[in-house]
Ligand binder design. Structure first.
Ligand SMILES: [Zn+2]
Ligand SMILES: [Zn+2]
Length: 363
């Protein structure tokens, strides 16, 4: 199989022929159809996230077709269309049992391996790591059964790919993590691939107003097209002042969809009493931010993280597919450009330059 491999931070990805071991017990092999180009992979490649094992095949967002299953696999068979999930679930640990499977204790975040601690990819007999338990920048990959969620075969797989990370993360932050009610005010800091999905999650649940904050005018216009009622250009105006002017008492919910500590500070300052700041973007390793504690206490404000939109993947990914197929969820509009596997470096450049809502690698 062919894959785009990162050998060291701040070096170009290289397309290589790799060996792929067949699926072991509880694993499936997936022929990839499309893979989204996610900011988290850019962070791994540009060195801002440390301790990423290498060489590694990046890619945490994709969809494809099951072409082989290992022993003991019960829910999938060859030919099934699947969305890949970077958060496999065991179904038995504390978090799986209490309904928070995105925090499953069997996951191995950042280790570049599958649930048994090893990788199925190798090159000249040496292991090649698999980003996010999946490694989607590959023509074929092997993943845990619970990392491959079967979907309606009528769903176009290139559009389905985006549901695997950016759509789930953004929409899920609104409907699962924050459980925003109709008429609640929200402000979204950073309207790139994930933030645009926070905006459309807000539109789905009839949040009002939906305020987009960014420094790129084109992204703000895109956010308006997906349901934002207001747009604040943070390169010109102070977002906290503007959000307070629009909402009067502050926002009921703020979402930070950019890995930037300063935006977290602003998003907390922009909260109404009783409001919740949901932090989605993961900053560089070791980044901290000062916190004015008093208004958090006196106004009972909440700061909480949201990982993968608090996904319950088996329930949520097919639900998002159904919302797309009914016309309620926009995905075509999120795809800025399509690339071949050989163009992953160009896709990273365009993503870093702020040119992409989502780039899509098509196999
Ligand atoms: Zn991602
Ligand atoms: Zn679990």
């Amino acid at each position: 199989m062919r894959a785009s491999v990162l050998f060291a931070p701040r070096t170009p990805l290289k397309v290589e022929e790799l060996e792929l071991e067949p699926p072991r017990t509880g694993e499936v092999r997936v022929r990839m159809v499309a893979s989204g180009v996610c900011h988290s992979c850019l962070h791994a490649a540009d060195g801002s996230w440390q301790n990423v094992p290498m060489p590694i095949v990046l890619g945490d967002e994709g969809a494809g077709v099951v072409d082989a299953v290992g022993p003991g696999v019960q829910t999938l068979k060859p030919g099934d269309h699947v969305i890949l999930s970077w958060a496999p679930t065991c179904g038995r640990c504390h978090y799986c049992v209490i309904g928070r499977p995105n925090l499953c204790e069997q996951r191995r975040p950042g280790q570049g391996v599958l649930l048994d601690g090893t990788t199925r990819l190798s090159r000249d007999g040496r292991p090649v790591y698999q980003y996010g338990h999946v490694a989607t920048y590959a023509s074929t990959t092997v993943v845990a059964e619970s990392s491959a969620i079967a979907i309606d075969p009528e769903m176009p797989l290139d559009r389905a790919a985006l549901i695997g990370c950016s759509v789930m993360t953004g929409v899920g932050a609104v409907i699962n993590t924050a459980a925003v009610s109709p008429g609640a005010s929200i402000a979204v800091f950073g309207v790139g691939g994930v933030g645009l999905n926070v905006v459309q999650g807000g539109a789905l649940v009839a949040a009002l107003p939906i305020i987009a904050v960014d420094i790129v005018r084109a992204r703000l216009e895109h956010a308006r097209a997906l349901g934002a009622t207001h747009a604040i250009d943070a390169s010109k105006d102070d977002p906290v002042t503007e959000i307070r002017r629009i909402t009067r008492r502050g926002a009921d919910f703020t979402f930070v969809a950019v890995g930037d500590a300063r935006a977290v500070g602003q998003a907390v300052d922009a909260l109404a009493p009783g409001g919740t700041c949901v932090v989605i973007g993961v900053p560089a390793t070791g980044v901290t931010t000062p916190l004015d504690v008093r208004p958090v206490v006196t106004g009972e404000r909440v700061i909480r993280g949201s990982s993968y939109g608090s996904a319950r993947t088996r329930e949520d990914l097919p639900r998002l597919v159904a919302l797309y197929r009914s016309g309620r969820l926009k995905i075509d509009e999120l795809i800025t450009r399509r690339y071949g596997l050989d163009d992953a470096n160009e896709a990273f450049r365009a993503l870093a330059a702020g040119e992409l809502s989502r780039g899509l690698i098509v196999f």
